[in-house]
Design a protein around this ligand. Structure first.
Ligand code: ATP
Length: 206
């Protein structure tokens, strides 16, 4: 799978946020989108995911000879600061994602436990998500993304606010996901950038 962006322009209100971006992402790679605060990193992830409308240009999902708009069902989004339902258990949070893929209840439970083990928070599975630490919540977001099992993973500042050990865990997790997905991270973190295969530099949306 390749994702090809050509001359992408995004305007929000009267401001041009992305100004003619072109790049290619490939399955099996981790791409870092790097740039100063306000340069448009989150906006770019949103444009790829389809949640931010594009003024002009194209973002195509290419599988074999076919080029189509990025299917909503292809994207797993790991938002900055996590996306847990705080008053539900850690397991429920992952289960919701697993069940949304259409697998059976039994398979969803099995997959959810595996995903929690993979991010090393299975011992907290019965605890409400809002009792998890910041690092654990970040890992829970990844567990949800893993449970969705999608070919494109978009992670917004996945190591922000984490100590070095937790940030290293996230980097290891991203690298292990790489074999099955294309991964894009918006980040300022030099350690994470060093672990990526491709770096897209953004400055004032270009
Ligand atoms: N809905 C909106 N309407 C107008 N401007 C917006 C809107 N959303 C974002 N912006 C502006 O677009 C620019 C890019 O924002 P974006 O969040 O993509 O930057 P970023 O590089 O991810 O920043 P950070 O590193 O601080 O998270 C910023 O100047 C922001 O204020």
């Amino acid at each position: 799978m390749r994702l090809i962006a050509h001359d992408v322009i995004v305007e929000l209100g009267s401001t041009r946020i992305l100004d003619g971006l072109s790049f290619t992402l490939k399955s099996g790679t981790i791409t870092a989108v790097r740039g100063p605060s306000g340069s448009g990193k989150t906006t770019l992830l949103g444009a790829i995911a389809g949640s931010v409308p594009i003024e002009s240009g194209t973002i195509d999902w290419c599988d074999g000879d076919q080029a189509i708009p990025v299917p909503a069902g292809a994207v797993a989004w790991v938002p900055q600061g996590g996306n847990a339902l705080g008053a539900r258990t850690t397991l429920d949070n992952v289960l919701v994602a697993a069940l949304s893929t259409g697998i059976s209840d039994t398979a969803a439970l099995r997959r959810s436990i595996q995903c929690l083990q993979r991010v090393d928070i299975a011992p907290r599975k019965r605890n409400d998500a809002d009792t998890l630490s910041g690092g654990e919540q970040q890992r829970l977001s990844f567990a949800r993304a893993l449970a969705l099992d999608r070919p494109l993973v978009l992670a917004d500042e996945p190591t922000a606010g984490l100590d070095r050990a937790n940030a290293e865990n996230v980097v290891a997790l991203l690298r292990s996901l790489r074999s099955r997905s294309a991964i894009v991270v918006a980040t300022h973190d030099q350690h994470l950038i060093a672990a990526c295969d491709v770096v897209v530099d953004l400055a004032r949306g270009a």
